[in-house]
Design a protein around this ligand. Structure first.
Ligand code: NAP
Length: 257
């Protein structure tokens, strides 16, 4: 099977939309920023590493899109506030928020430090609360918007050694359901995408034995590509997803069925 289409899009289904993607310097977030740009959107990219962020922004710009790269730590409320203000001032609006930034600090429960717990939960879950709150104020004024949370199958089925990560991703699913109920009467749709094992810097560092064990649990017998998540996010951002709300879409090759 050939990979996802990387050619210039023939339709510009996201033309005119402004999308804010967190964790856009690497992996799934970078691929998502590119796919949104390929489909016509203007893209604001957030992450901490300026160099990688600038490189991702330059790649989106090659599609002829306006971009804005903002170095920011999504777990810090002041960073989030400044970043959202900057995006709104630069583009005049925000239409889609993709809460993608995430991290892991794996350990078994009895060895897991409070610092490991806090770093993962603050980066993966508190960030989504901070960003959704800041962006929802803008969506309410605009009478519409989309929030797409990148959770994980681990948030649905758990994983030994990842109590912090699984709790953060399960929390993100509950946040998705709740915000969908709170905000959809105002035209704001909230959904989540739950990737399985995807080839990114987050998973390449796994020990070979862990990779082999993970592979054995995937009916499609391969890891996914970041572009295969980006396709689903771009669909959720677009006109075809106008009646999808409060849903978690698993993109995992059948893992956990
Ligand atoms: P990745 O390549 O390591 O990318 C993580 C991104 O998050 C980077 O851009 C990183 O940029 C950013 N980030 C981390 N901490 C941040 C912070 N405090 N503030 C701002 N940005 C921060 O990993 P990935 O695999 O693409 O992961 C993307 C999302 O998919 C995560 O939420 C992850 O949990 C989820 N996911 C991944 C998989 C998988 O198998 N790869 C599976 C399920 C779910 P900086 O370091 O520059 O800040």
């Amino acid at each position: 099977m050939s990979g996802p289409d990387q050619s210039p899009a023939t339709t510009r289904e996201l033309s005119g939309l402004v999308c804010l993607v967190t964790g856009a310097s690497s992996g799934i977030g970078r691929a998502t920023a590119l796919e949104l740009g390929r489909r016509g959107a203007e893209v604001a990219l957030l992450a901490r590493s300026k160099d990688k962020l600038d490189s991702a922004a330059a790649a989106v710009q090659e599609f002829g899109r306006k971009v804005l790269a903002i170095p920011a730590d999504v777990s810090r409320s002041q960073d989030v506030k400044n970043a959202v203000d900057q995006v709104a001032a630069h583009f005049g609006k925000i239409d889609v928020l993709v809460n993608n930034a995430g991290t892991t600090r794996d350990n078994l429960l009895l060895r897991m430090s409070e610092e490991e717990w806090d770093e993962v939960v603050n980066t993966n879950l508190k960030s989504a609360y901070l960003l959704s709150k800041a962006v929802a104020r803008i969506f309410l004024r605009q009478k519409g918007g989309r929030i797409i949370n990148i959770t994980s199958v681990v948030g649905l089925i758990g994983n030994p050694g990842q109590a912090n990560y699984a709790a953060s991703k399960g929390g993100l699913i509950a946040l998705t359901f709740t915000l969908a109920k709170e905000l959809s009467s105002r035209g704001i749709l909230v959904n989540a995408v739950a990737p399985g094992f995807i080839e990114t810097p987050m998973t390449v560092s796994l020990p070979e034995a862990a990779r082999a064990a993970a592979l054995g649990t995937i009916p499609l017998a391969r890891f996914g590509k970041p572009e295969e998540i980006a396709q689903v996010v771009a669909f959720l951002a677009g006109p075809g997803a106008s009646y999808i709300n409060g849903t978690v879409i698993r993109v995992d090759g059948g893992l956990g069925i």
